[in-house]
Ligand binder design. Structure first.
Ligand code: DP6
Length: 337
């Protein structure tokens, strides 16, 4: 009744920001991301036991906040219901290889790993061995987790059904397909964010007048990015990636009260990337920001050094790391306990 799974974080280039069904975490639009390599990963071991009276969670060697445990237990309730074992509780130990809640998408890798480990541990093989079903389930823990089930590039389809049965991710291309793609990550603040993405996107859908307008441009951007991924053509999607990130941060600011995740360093990085592209006369790098101030600069191996060098001029960056494209969910032999 014990199982362990690994999942890597993903960084979206077409963003999930807004839900049409809050409880079922059904998004307002499709989104597309690349799954990162093993530098950004969560490893999770789950053991169900008749002896336990409630779920216990250890996160990065520490006791979790009550809110974190409640979210994990709520997710496991879906797993227990599907397995028809409503009174079976679990011990969960999870470790991230990167700072939690720093805008580095720890909920995506965390819930993808939890979905995989818990379904394997409880014997739900139609989920642990079926990526479509696993992605649909992981979505209930954290929307972006549905994409981390797959390696390479993944598209999370919003679907049209009310029950979310057509709302899951599919792989657009395997990790091997785009070996020279890079995400140069500049950590500008590793502290926990003030407002969670869960709460912030609800606020945007409720209060932003610009949100409807954003949804119209997302459809066009999805088409551009899908084709670029298929053709492995970075230049043809670079501008779209940046506009998409700007559009999401614009509707965040248009919410009330306004949501501002970017800091002064993030804005300087935006200008640096525009400068690099100008100096080459074509787009060789593209910035994107999630619900946090850390920059993700997609580029190709050829321009990785140029991007890193340009970042040297920006004061206040805490750390730079470079990620390649990585794998989806997998089950290692070793458990965490
Ligand atoms: C800005 O997946 O963290 O990173 O479903 O509430 O857990 P919940 O939200 P979450 O939101 C991620 C938002 C984003 C964009 C993206 O990853 O697509």
């Amino acid at each position: 009744m014990k199982a362990t799974a690994i999942a890597n974080a993903n960084i979206a280039i077409i963003k999930y920001w807004g839900r049409r069904d809050e409880a079922l975490r059904i998004p307002t639009n499709n989104s597309i991301s690349f799954t990162m390599d093993d530098q950004l990963q969560s490893v999770t071991t789950v053991e169900f036991s008749e002896k336990l009276r409630h779920d216990t969670l250890q996160l990065n060697g520490r006791q979790p906040k009550p809110k974190q445990l409640a979210r994990v237990s709520h997710f496991l309730d879906f797993v227990r219901t599907k397995a028809k074992k409503k009174k079976l509780f679990a011990k969960i130990v999870s470790k991230n290889s990167f700072p939690t809640a720093a805008g580095l998408a720890s909920s995506a890798s965390g819930f993808a790993a939890l979905a995989a480990a818990s379904t394997l541990a409880i014997g739900l093989r139609s989920f642990s061995e079926n990526k479509k079903n696993l992605s649909m389930l992981a979505r209930l823990g954290s929307g972006s987790a549905s994409r981390s089930v797959f390696g390479g590039a993944a598209e999370w389809r919003a679907g049209v059904k009310k029950d979310g049965s057509d709302c899951y991710s599919v792989q657009l291309s395997a990790p091997e397909k785009w070996k020279d793609l890079r995400n140069v990550i500049a950590i500008t603040n590793s502290k926990e964010k003030r407002i969670s993405s869960t709460d912030a996107m609800t606020r945007t859908v409720r209060t932003s007048e610009m949100f409807k307008c954003r949804l119209e441009s997302v459809e066009r951007r999805l088409r551009i990015v899908r084709k670029a991924i298929y053709d492995r053509d970075f230049e043809s999607m670079a501008k779209t990636i940046m506009q998409e990130s700007d559009s999401m941060h614009a509707v965040m600011l248009d919410s009330w009260p306004p949501i501002a995740y970017l800091n002064g360093i993030s804005l300087e990085i935006i200008h640096k990337v525009i400068e690099i592209n100008d100096s080459y006369g074509r787009p060789v790098a593209a910035y994107t920001f999630d619900a946090g101030p850390n920059a993700h600069i997609y580029t190709t191996k050829k321009y990785e050094r140029a991007v890193r060098k340009a970042l040297d001029d920006v004061d206040g960056i805490e750390r730079v790391m470079v990620c390649g494209i990585g794998d989806g969910v997998r089950y290692p032999k070793k458990d965490l306990f």
